[in-house]
Design a protein around this ligand. Sequence first.
Ligand SMILES: [Zn+2]
Length: 479
Amino acid sequence: MPPHNLIIRGKQVVLPDSITPASIHVSDGIITSIASYDDVPADCGLIDVNEDSIVMPGLVDSHVHINEPGRTDWEGFATATRAAAAGGITTLVDMPLNSIPPTTTVGGLKEKLTSANGHCFVDVGFWGGVVPGNTDDLAPLLAAGVVGFKCFLIHSGVDEFPNVTEEDLRGAMPELTKLGAVLIVHAEVPGPISRTGIPACPSTAATAKENGVRPISPDRNVCPTRYATFLASRPRAAENEAVALMIKLSRKFGTRVHIVHHSSADALPMLREAKAAGMNVTAETCPHYLTFAAEEIPDGATEFKCCPPIRESENRELLWSALESGTIDMVVSDHSPCPPGMKLRETGDFLAAWGGISSLQLRLPIAWTEARRRGFSIKDLARWLCSAPSSLVGLARRKGVIETGHDADFVIWNPEKQFRVEPNALHHRHKLTPYHDRILQGVVEKTFLRGRKIYDAGEFLGEPHGILLTQTAGGNQAR
Ligand SMILES: [Zn+2]
């Protein structure tokens, strides 16, 4: 059990409205009060935080692909949640695909819960999936505790999680509205992508197929090792049309819609207008879209491949402006690993390589490194990394903010310290990452989950005691 009475105090505690000296009183894993710095009774366990360090809510990451069961060799609950703890993330929400079975039925969810149970170092919630023909599964899945539902508008990369069409959504969205559930959307449509005429290299498509990746047709007229080829193959128009479609359908059916891993700056005016019109539409972007630029990605460097793609530096700066204005609400990892062989680093074939970037553990320092450079504050960071994703998954009254009655989840980190990204310091199952050797600003020192210290300067403490958030009051309704 966590210490019955505990006080964590620091000179820079990130509260909802300020960063201030405070003592956080904790009992049985819950914040019981936030008091002045000196308000420390003698009989309490006291953790005095170094004055240079920040006490922030434990991060919430609403976009993580864990892939267990079925593709645990890609990533699993034990490895992903250790990486999360080391990165100051105390709650993550697992995506409904890449595991086998996917989380598109209650049976699929149960298999996932069985796999996760007892192996999680942080608290874990689950997204369900909307696929063609599973409208009748949505209510039971929500009752079983998923936090909401994800769909793809284009091939997901794995055959057992097929994408939906507009027609499918016209069937599913009224049900989602009735249930009050959020629909999160991989917003690329196939039309503009197929119109580019850029297929994948045949030499590696077979390898990809063996690994369960969709096969792609051959063409000799493109150079698959050039990043520019890959970028051209996933044009902004695919995202722009998808966002327009989702806004149209959300308006028609009243469904709460959230755009995942948004990359195209061209679609931002549509999102801004939808929000200004009072629609319940939100969007996220990811550390890689905010850090890298297409023109700097070396040819053959398939560790940079993700879908939608990392675009030009001008696009990146517009994403930052959208975060500033609130058009984009949050920054989540989209941690999407695979065995290194599937990244095809030896051939450098961008078109056939698996698309996905591993960065779960690094989300805080990546976001801080880039945010600070642009003049943003730690308060902004706490909104993008903690409170906004917590709200998205229905946990706003429990996670993502340091407030009385909330779980005592904290990350203690030093915003001034730097480190070089060394693959062997990453706890993800696979270490291939585009951040290799990058100097990042912001070092996670300690992580607390419900009042218990679970990570301290490279050490994991105790057995995994993360809870599965369906086991509480049901993910979406939990406290
Ligand atoms: Zn994803």
